[in-house]
Design a protein around this ligand. Structure first.
Ligand SMILES: [Zn+2]
Length: 282
């Protein structure tokens, strides 16, 4: 694969999208450097699981591919936070960034640089980036107001402060992953629920968004064992797109045994329908 890229990249100077996902890591820095040298229009690049790549690749992309809007470097464990911060200064149009498993690259310092440089960011995956703390994610909450999807699964240092900042700063948030963020308490849930109520009061905002789906559509709070049913029910009531019913799991609470009493709007409707039907005994 590496040799193929070395020979083909110079011929595809107008390339806009390149998916190089690998099962066995084959890609090396010289291939990415060749891509960056010739494919200046590249907007979408997937380098996931390229374990062999080093910071050389990120520096080359920063200089050669400033139009990148979508970058997947999930599982690229060798990248450093300095190189990622550097890239964010050149690729300022980034909207989709997947850093899942980039434990070294995804530091608070790198997230602060991303928040400063990439204000149009819409989707960020920080899954299992266990060095990330409130400092980094809160800077994103205030620097990237367009954020729609944020996965913080396994970011064990994250506390309520991050969720409160997201509830205040990211009014377009549709999807939030908090799997295994065990510091999260009811305070975070009430902040989310109240952000919805507050947004609803903004009449002009609701007119503007009338044809848009509003509010959280996906929330994963699996293994957030400190949460209690009233707080999670408040979130569920605030966002009708959140479902706990079979087949539409958009509020994921598996592993939270104490949350089995939380129900989505379907359960209420089913109850009403059952109550309004003539009782078979009469
Ligand atoms: Zn439902």
């Amino acid at each position: 694969m590496n040799n193929l890229i070395l020979s083909l990249a110079p011929k595809f100077t107008k390339l806009e999208s390149l998916i190089l996902r690998q099962d066995k890591p084959q890609l090396e820095d010289n291939a990415v450097e060749t891509i960056a040298k010739y494919c200046h229009d590249l907007q979408d690049l997937d380098l996931s699981k390229s374990f062999k790549l080093t910071d050389r690749s990120l520096y080359a992309l920063a200089h050669g591919c400033p139009k990148l809007t979508k970058l997947n470097i999930s599982g690229c464990t060798a990248f450093s936070d300095d190189a990622l911060a550097y890239l964010s200064g050149f690729c300022r149009n980034l909207k989709f960034l997947n850093l899942c498993g980039c434990v070294r690259a995804a530091s608070d310092k790198a997230l602060q640089a991303i928040a400063y440089n990439c204000s149009r960011l819409q989707s960020l995956n920080l899954g299992w980036c266990e060095n990330v703390s409130d400092v980094g994610v809160m800077s994103l909450a205030y620097g990237c107001p367009d954020l729609r999807a944020l996965d913080l699964c396994g970011c064990v240092l994250i506390t309520d402060e991050t969720v409160i900042a997201l509830a205040n700063g990211c009014l377009h948030l549709r999807s939030l992953g908090l799997y295994y963020c065990q510091n999260i308490t009811d305070r975070a849930m009430y902040a989310l629920a109240h952000s919805r109520v507050r947004n609803k009061q903004d009449v002009w905002e609701s007119v503007k968004n009338r044809y848009e789906e509003e509010g959280l559509m996906n929330l994963n709070i699996s293994q957030c064992t400190a949460l209690t049913p009233p707080a999670v029910q408040a979130v569920c009531d605030s966002f009708p797109a959140l479902h706990t019913c079979p087949g539409r799991h958009s509020l994921i609470i598996s592993g939270c045994l104490n949350l089995t009493s939380v129900h989505c709007v379907c359960a209420v409707q089913a109850h009403r329908t059952a109550a309004s039907l003539p009782h078979p005994a009469h």
